[in-house]
Design a protein. Structure first.
Length: 257
């Protein structure tokens, strides 16, 4: 089995999206069995609760524009796959049809939180506006854990020792010990990868993928932009073990556009 993992794309109006088409072309060529989108595909800046509503930050923000940019990006990502499948049908060949799994992130959860805080919006806005399922994704709620071939996938993981259920942090070795099983998450811009072994010799693997976008985030500050951007192909996946292949943003855009 092969898994392709796509971390946070944080799509919003005005940012570059060409890398998503490059990733789509890569998918068609390599044909992974499962594609896992770790969420925060849509950035949803119009619902940013970290900014003061009276600040100039919101002067050009629009909920509908956020939704439209996400749909445009999803078409770029999956467009090559859909075109390839159409060609296969026309030529009466066996269709390549990977499993598509999407674990919602905290940025998509902004929609749910907004409705929870303002019940008058019930029925007027929801996660369904993003139409992820219409593109073929199995969609799982924020912080829901999906196990595939022995690997736990989620946008992020709670620290089981935290009374307030804070997000697990620290080194990758710490994360593996806290989570207790091979896992993979997004949420953090910096890439982490490591392994740990149980007393019986079972290998547990931990992966924080990084990010998958071209733009810088102003809130990260001048010294916070050092991170890794790309996707990860997991080869020979079997019972929580695999060989990782890191595919950088530059490689994808240089070879698949």
């Amino acid at each position: 089995m092969r898994h392709l993992v796509i971390p946070d794309a944080q799509v919003r109006p005005g940012v570059g999206m060409e890398h998503l088409e490059a990733c789509g072309n890569y998918i068609v060529e390599k044909q992974p069995d499962v594609i896992i989108n770790l969420g925060d595909f849509a950035d949803m800046p119009s619902l940013n609760s970290h900014e003061d509503r009276s600040s100039k930050y919101f002067h050009d923000k629009s909920y509908q524009a956020d939704i439209d940019s996400s749909k445009e990006a999803m078409k770029l990502l999956l467009g090559p796959l859909r075109s390839y499948q159409k060609k296969q049908r026309k030529n009466k060949k066996k269709k390549y049809n990977p499993r598509l799994v999407l674990t919602l992130g905290n940025h998509e959860y902004r929609i749910t939180r907004c409705v929870n805080n303002l019940p008058v919006l019930e029925g007027k806005m929801s996660i369904d506006d993003l139409e992820y399922e219409s593109y073929g994704w199995e969609v799982y709620p924020y912080q829901h854990i999906v196990e595939i071939d022995g690997i736990l996938y989620s946008h992020n993981f709670c620290n089981p020792d935290s009374l307030k259920k804070g997000i697990v942090g620290g080194t990758i070795e710490t994360k593996i010990r806290k989570i207790g099983q091979t896992f993979c998450m997004g949420h953090q811009q910096k890439r982490q990868f490591g392994t740990a072994y149980t007393a019986t010799g079972k290998e547990m693997m931990g992966l924080v993928v990084g990010r998958f976008y071209q733009h810088d985030e102003p809130y990260m500050g001048a010294q916070g932009q050092a991170d890794w951007s790309g996707v990860v192909m997991k080869n020979e996946v079997n019972n929580g073990r695999y060989d990782p292949m890191f595919i950088s943003m530059n490689y994808l855009m240089g070879n698949y556009l």
